[in-house]
Design a protein. Sequence first.
Length: 121
Amino acid sequence: MSLALAVLDTNVELEANLPCRKFDPDLWFSDVPAELELAKSLCGDCPLRNACLAGAVDRAEPWGVWGGEIFERGAVVPRKRPRGRPRKEDAARDAELRTEVEARMEASGLAETRSNVRLAA
């Protein structure tokens, strides 16, 4: 056995404890808003959450849940809207959620250090 194999085994063990490795990967790329919210909540205690989010912002991930945030067309969105025409009361809720997302992005240091962080309208 070499030292490289020992390091590899440690990395595999770390990845095994990550929520995106333990659960169905399709959950992080679902079209169902409730499933995406579940994926976001599973990211809450992940030790790599900030690194995952920073990487997703840098890559402008086209879609999915990354670092506990939902990405759509390369931008962070507060929530995934269900199919169909949005309800009028959803506009107020979306504004509140957008404020929460902005606060989380600022708290993680991404809003200040990266000019390419986009929040969808």
